[in-house]
Design a protein around this ligand. Structure first.
Ligand SMILES: [Ca+2]
Ligand SMILES: [Ca+2]
Ligand SMILES: [Ca+2]
Length: 246
């Protein structure tokens, strides 16, 4: 009987689409960089729905809602004035619900980061990670003050993300300036779901981690993959924790 129950639970586990583990990382040198200077092509569009060819051709910059809101420029004045970070030209959206980095199939981002700032007078934002099917697999805060300075934010994403969406806190997700972005493929071992904090040890901290993510509405906490966060997800997490990690 016990074996049958465990077998059923394991089958449910396999059928679920668990979220990704998102871990903040410090500045790194990726295998592809994007400084935006080579992508400014105002003869085609000054404000664009999408701009292909980013990160040496593996990524398209795109407006989430398809509006002409992706902009690359030498510098940008608004509440304050922001200039380039390490390389000429910077980018941001002027609306559209944020700013998407859409990666080619097979070039999903296992590590992504860069320098963020804003000229809008509104600090901070959110980054969202999506799989190839368009499902949200994780999110994290982006922190920068509202003073036109450049600030590193970066993440490890496991499993890697097919799309990274940057949403500023102000102006409908717009005016988060970015420069000198870094990309790296995934390469770590596949994540073990109950190791919520990603430290390769299963202990009480992972329950605390899960509870926090649940309270924040993080997609990771949807353990049974039914797009609803409720008590079933606590049961699911407890089961997966009991089954352990390889
Ligand atoms: Ca630049
Ligand atoms: Ca752990
Ligand atoms: Ca659920």
């Amino acid at each position: 009987m016990r074996a049958t129950v465990l077998g059923c639970l394991a089958a449910i586990g396999l059928a679920s689409a668990a979220g990704a583990q998102i871990t903040p990382v410090g500045p790194f040198t990726g295998s592809q960089q994007e400084g935006f200077a080579g992508l400014k092509n105002w003869g085609v569009c000054v404000f664009c729905a999408s701009i292909p060819g980013a990160f040496n051709g593996i990524c398209t910059l795109a407006s989430p809602d398809g509006s002409n809101s992706i902009h690359i420029t030498g510098g940008w004045g608004f509440i304050c004035s922001i200039g380039p970070n390490l390389t000429p030209d910077i980018t941001a959206s002027t609306g559209g619900g944020g700013y998407d980095y859409v990666f080619e199939a097979g070039m999903e981002a296992g590590k992504f980061g860069g320098y963020f700032g804003t000229n809008s007078g509104v600090a901070d934002g959110t980054v969202e990670f999506y799989d190839a099917g368009g499902a949200l697999i994780g999110s994290a805060p982006i922190t920068y003050p509202a003073d036109c300075s450049w600030n590193w934010n970066g993440w490890e994403i496991n499993p890697p993300a097919a799309k990274v969406r940057v949403i500023a806190n102000g102006f409908g997700g717009a005016y988060c300036q970015m420069d000198d972005m870094e990309w790296a493929a995934g390469g770590g071992p596949p994540p073990c779901y109950p190791d919520c904090n990603g430290d390769a040890v299963l202990n009480l901290s992972d329950f605390g981690c899960f509870t926090t993510k649940f309270a924040l509405g993080d997609p990771y906490a949807d353990c049974n993959g039914d797009s609803v966060l409720n008590l079933s997800d606590f049961g699911c997490f407890t089961t997966k924790f009991a089954l352990g990690c390889p």
